[in-house]
Design a protein around this ligand. Structure first.
Ligand code: C5P
Length: 227
C-alpha cells in the first residue's frame, strides 16, 4: 500500500505550502484536492452547465480524466502542481477568481463530491501522497498513515492571507480579509455535506508560532518515525 499523509484545515492555515514542501522532501506526490473542484467548475463552464446542476456537473466530471503531477523542470513557471484534463494543461486556467467561486459552488453538490472523492482516492492508491483539503482525513483517505489538522489562530491566518494578496498587487484592507476568512471558516465547517472537522486520530498542529520550515521539519520527523 502507498504511504498516505492526509492534511485538513481551515482557510489560510498554510496547508498548500506545507504539503508541497513536505512532498518535495519525501519525494511524494503533492495532491491539492481544491484543484479538482476547480477543474469541475472549469469543465461545467466550458460545457455551458450551471454550477448548481449536480447531475450534469457530476456526469461531465465523471467522463474526464484528471491527472496531477509535481511540475517538471520545463513546467516550472511558479505553479504548485500540474493539472491535466484529458491531456490538456489547465494548471493556470483553474486559478482564476472566477474558478475559485465556481469551485466553492460545485463543492456543495453531493454527486460531484462523490465523483471527485473517487478520483482523489484512485490517485492516492498507486503512489505515496501528501494530500490536502477539507475532507481528506475522514472521507478521502480515512486509512491514511498520518492525519494532520493544520491550523493557526484567526489573526495569524488573516495576516498571512493579507500579505499574499498585497504581494499579488491586490489592494485590500486587513479587516476585510479577516472578516472574509471568518465567513469562509463558518461556511466550510457548517455546510451540510462533508464539513471541515477534526477527527479523533488527527494530530492537531497549531502553526501560529512556527515557521513553515519548523512545521515541515516536525511532520517529516513524525513520518520517519512511522515508516
Ligand atoms: O483550496 P481551494 O481554494 O483551491 O478550494 C476550492 C474550493 O473547494 C473551496 O471553496 C473549498 O471549500 C472546496 N474544497 C472542498 N473539499 C476539498 C478541497 C476543497 O470542499 N477537499
Amino acid at each position: 500500500m502507498s504511504f498516505q499523509i492526509a492534511i485538513d484545515g481551515p482557510v489560510a492555515a498554510g496547508k498548500g505550502t506545507v504539503a508541497k514542501l513536505l512532498a518535495k522532501r519525501l519525494n511524494f506526490l503533492y495532491v491539492d484536492t481544491g484543484a479538482t473542484y476547480r477543474v469541475a467548475a472549469l469543465l461545467a463552464k466550458q460545457a455551458g452547465i450551471d454550477w448548481t446542476n449536480d447531475d450534469e456537473v457530476a456526469a461531465c466530471v465523471d467522463k474526464a480524466q484528471i491527472d496531477m503531477h509535481n511540475p517538471s523542470d520545463a513546467e516550472s513557471d511558479g505553479r504548485q502542481t500540474t493539472v491535466l484534463v484529458d491531456g490538456a494543461d489547465v494548471s493556470w486556467a483553474i486559478r482564476t477568481e472566477d474558478m475559485g467561486k465556481g469551485a466553492s459552488a460545485v463543492a456543495k453538490l453531493g454527486k460531484v463530491r462523490q465523483v471527485l472523492v473517487k478520483k482523489q482516492q484512485d490517485i492516492a492508491a498507486s503512489q505515496d501522497v501528501v494530500m490536502e483539503g477539507r475532507d481528506i482525513t475522514y472521507k478521502v483517505l480515512p486509512n491514511a498513515q498520518l492525519k494532520i489538522y493544520l491550523t493557526a489562530n484567526e489573526e495569524k491566518r488573516a495576516h498571512r492571507r493579507h500579505q499574499e494578496l498585497l504581494v499579488r498587487g491586490e489592494d485590500v484592507e486587513y479587516e476585510t480579509v479577516l472578516s472574509d476568512l471568518k465567513a469562509r471558516d463558518k461556511q466550510d465547517s457548517e455546510r451540510a455535506i462533508d464539513p471541515l472537522q477534526i477527527v479523533e486520530d488527527a494530530w492537531v498542529l497549531d502553526t501560529s508560532n512556527l515557521t513553515i520550515e519548523q512545521v515541515v521539519d516536525q511532520i517529516e520527523a513524525k513520518v520517519n518515525q512511522l515508516r
